[in-house]
Ligand binder design. Structure first.
Ligand code: SF4
Ligand code: SF4
Length: 331
């Protein structure tokens, strides 16, 4: 019954009563590049070891200038690819910490065992980075199926190293794990599991089997873009998945979707409302009508120039059920 073409779907822009508008910007999320030591099936960035795109040195300097200049930026959120593999990771971390900002690193953890990156756990701890790490299940088979053979064991060993340094216990060393459900293979879709209940299941299992500690579990919906969209399209369920998300649309999530208070920056310095728009090349637009860049933000000396957020039908992924963001459920 499913099809990649969906004529019955209400466009997201029509579904919301009024355009989504930006609040004051407090989060700078930087996608440092597409290079990653893994190549996960669900990756919306389509990252892999073969990708070469990464932050240009002048963009790195502009980002540091923004971090230095704007106290309204409270959080610098570093993602990729594997952000740690990219030029600019450490200079940006150090600029943000020097300015007293919270720094989130979205780490796949297995990078700790790649030659040249073995010092990362100590680096994270000494800079008090907040580590947000994907562990899509607490069971080995599900993780290795989604992320590759051996990833589960490496992730467990990595969390043990972080725990030894105080992560999960010291209030300054926060470790959050991220759950995303397996990709559906037929149109028997389900919403993401209850975040609080699943967090308890993770904590119980990981403590009992490996004596692991972590702070929060974030549940994230699979957004139908990148490899996820290709996966769904191959099974001819992309349209019905979008329709399922739309049928579970929850207007109460709109106040808290992550695009409301963040700027997402790509490795070339272009600005977007969120990482998903970045991957879909839906740029934020400058007052003159051209694509917005961080050099333009520096010229204007203002981070709050975007009025309306650019939405698309995949926004149903952020607004279905209890909602979904880089920080998990929204309501
Ligand atoms: S670890 Fe993250 S960035 Fe790397 S391939 Fe997997 S999902 Fe993509
Ligand atoms: S995908 Fe989500 S975060 Fe991005 S614009 Fe849509 S609702 Fe906002």
């Amino acid at each position: 019954m499913s099809s990649t073409i969906n004529t019955s779907l209400t466009p997201f822009a029509q579904k919301i009563a009024a355009p989504l508008v930006k609040n004051k910007i407090t989060v700078l999320q930087v996608n440092l590049g597409r290079k990653c030591n893994l190549a996960c099936t669900h990756c919306h960035v389509e990252a892999s070891p073969k990708r070469t795109e990464e932050l240009a040195p002048e963009v790195c300097q502009q980002l540091i200038a923004i971090i230095d200049r704007f106290p309204q930026i409270k959080t610098v959120d570093l993602t990729g690819g594997a952000p740690e593999m990219n030029y600019g990771f450490r200079p940006i971390v150090e600029a943000a910490r020097r300015n007293g900002k919270e720094v989130i690193v979205r780490s796949n953890l297995t990078i700790f065992f790649v030659p040249g990156y073995e010092d990362l756990p100590e680096y994270f701890a000494s800079n008090q980075l907040r580590v947000t790490a994907s562990l899509p299940c607490y069971l080995e088979s599900n993780v290795d199926q989604q992320r590759g053979a051996g990833v589960y064991n490496d992730s467990i060993r990595a969390i043990q190293r972080l725990n030894q340094l105080g992560y999960g216990e010291d209030p300054n060393l926060v470790l959050d794990l991220v759950y995303n459900p397996p990709l559906p293979t037929d149109d028997n879709f389900a919403l993401t599991a209850d975040q609080q209940k699943l967090e308890l299941d993770y904590k119980t299992y990981l403590q009992a089997h490996f004596k692991l500690k972590f702070n929060n579990l974030f549940t994230i919906t699979n957004i139908p873009i990148g490899r996820t969209r290709q996966f769904l399209q191959r099974r001819e369920i992309h349209g019905s998945y979008l329709e399922f998300l739309a049928n579970n649309y929850n207007a109460a999530t709109l106040d808290r979707v992550m695009c409301r208070n963040e700027l997402s920056i790509d490795y070339l310095g272009n600005v977007y409302d969120c990482d998903f728009n970045q991957m879909e090349n839906i740029n934020a637009i400058a007052p003159g009508g051209e694509k917005l860049t961080i050099s333009r933000l520096l010229e204007l000396n203002n981070l709050d120039i975007i009025q309306e957020i650019k939405t698309a039908n995949y926004c149903y992924g952020c607004t279905a059920g209890t909602g979904s963001s880089c920080g998990g459920a929204l309501v």
